[in-house]
Structures are given as structure tokens and as C-alpha cells.
Design a protein around this ligand. Structure first.
Ligand code: SF4
Ligand code: SF4
Length: 168
């Protein structure tokens, strides 16, 4: 396929930048009288016009049952499917044969927030969450253990919904 090349000529005469400057200033002043599209984060985090999408994939949450126990049955599917290999699971089993996680950790620093763990979980136990304020001062703080995952209270992600492709 032929590639079209457009040769731009440099102006040969002396040029004045006044017209370009005035154009730029006019554009700037025009925006001063238009509706504001920015917000004062972190004081303002959402407006009636803009809210974070319900399908946002951020900090994980582990769901619990009525007794406050993790819903995870340590099936091993989420560490198996995780492309970032950032889920650590050590399964345990009680005297009745019920499996549960002895250790369950997610390294949010390595996670790519694909949401596969949520999609694959047969118990709807692990979810990515609608939450993005998870900055830390040290790497080890990004490793969320079971207790910390259970303590999260933010909404969980709806992932992609074909009925609502824009996630509004
Ligand atoms: S969201 Fe993806 S990368 Fe992150 S823990 Fe789940 S499966 Fe792994
Ligand atoms: S897929 Fe769900 S039930 Fe299975 S180990 Fe992961 S969180 Fe637990």
C-alpha cells in the first residue's frame, strides 16, 4: 500500500506570532465562561453529571455469610485463572469436610484488575470493587489478607453488562 506523505513548507518570510497568541487567548477566555468540567478532587469525588461506572474494577472484596465467615470454599479456581499470579490460597478443611481458606491473600500491586477471579468464583465470594483509593507507602501494604478483604465495604463491580455496555 502506498504511503501518502504531506510535505509542510516552513514560512519563508518573517512571521508574526500575534495572531496565534490572540487565538490562543481567545480560546482560553472562552473556556472561562463555559461550564466547568473538572472537579476539586479529593474534596469532590462525583457529581450529578459524572460518577464512577458501576463496572469499575478496583480493590477486591471478600463477601461473608450471615455468621461473618468468608464465602470462599477454597476451590482454587481464582488463583488458577489469575493471569497475574497474585492470589495466594492455602485451603483448609473442617471436621465436617467443609473447605475454607486458611490463607487467602491478594497482592493488589501485582493485580491487573481483569475481574477473572470474580467471574470464575462459584460462590460469588471474591469480587473486584468500585474503589480506587488504595494508595500505600510500602509494597507489603498492598497484600490484602482475608481479614482485610472481608473488611472492605465499597460496592462490588458489576463487570460488563451486555444490557448496559457503557456501564452507566
Ligand atoms: S482481578 Fe485478575 S489479576 Fe486481579 S486478582 Fe483477580 S484474576 Fe488476578
Ligand atoms: S474461586 Fe471463589 S471459592 Fe474458589 S478459591 Fe477463589 S474465592 Fe474461594
Amino acid at each position: 500500500m502506498a504511503i501518502g506523505v504531506k510535505v509542510m513548507k516552513r514560512p519563508s518570510d518573517e512571521v508574526s506570532y500575534i495572531r496565534a497568541t490572540l487565538k490562543g487567548m481567545a480560546l482560553t477566555f472562552k473556556h472561562m465562561f463555559q461550564a466547568r468540567v473538572t472537579m476539586e478532587y479529593p474534596e469532590a469525588k462525583s457529581t450529578d453529571d459524572w460518577r464512577i461506572a458501576t463496572r469499575w474494577r478496583g480493590t477486591h472484596r471478600m463477601m461473608t455469610d450471615e455468621q461473618g465467615r468468608s464465602k470462599c470454599v477454597a476451590c482454587g479456581l481464582c488463583p488458577q485463572v489469575c493471569p497475574a499470579n497474585c492470589i495466594k490460597l492455602v485451603p483448609g478443611e473442617d471436621e465436617k469436610g467443609h473447605r475454607y481458606p486458611l490463607i487467602y491473600e491478594i497482592d493488589e500491586f501485582r493485580c491487573v484488575f481483569c475481574g477473572y477471579c470474580q467471574e470464575v468464583c462459584p460462590e460469588e465470594a471474591i469480587h473486584v470493587g468500585v474503589h480506587y483509593e488504595n494508595a500505600e507507602y510500602s509494597r507489603d501494604r498492598f497484600v490484602y489478607d482475608l481479614e482485610r478483604l472481608q473488611a472492605q465495604t465499597h460496592p462490588v463491580s458489576t463487570l460488563w453488562d451486555p444490557a448496559d455496555p457503557r456501564g452507566q
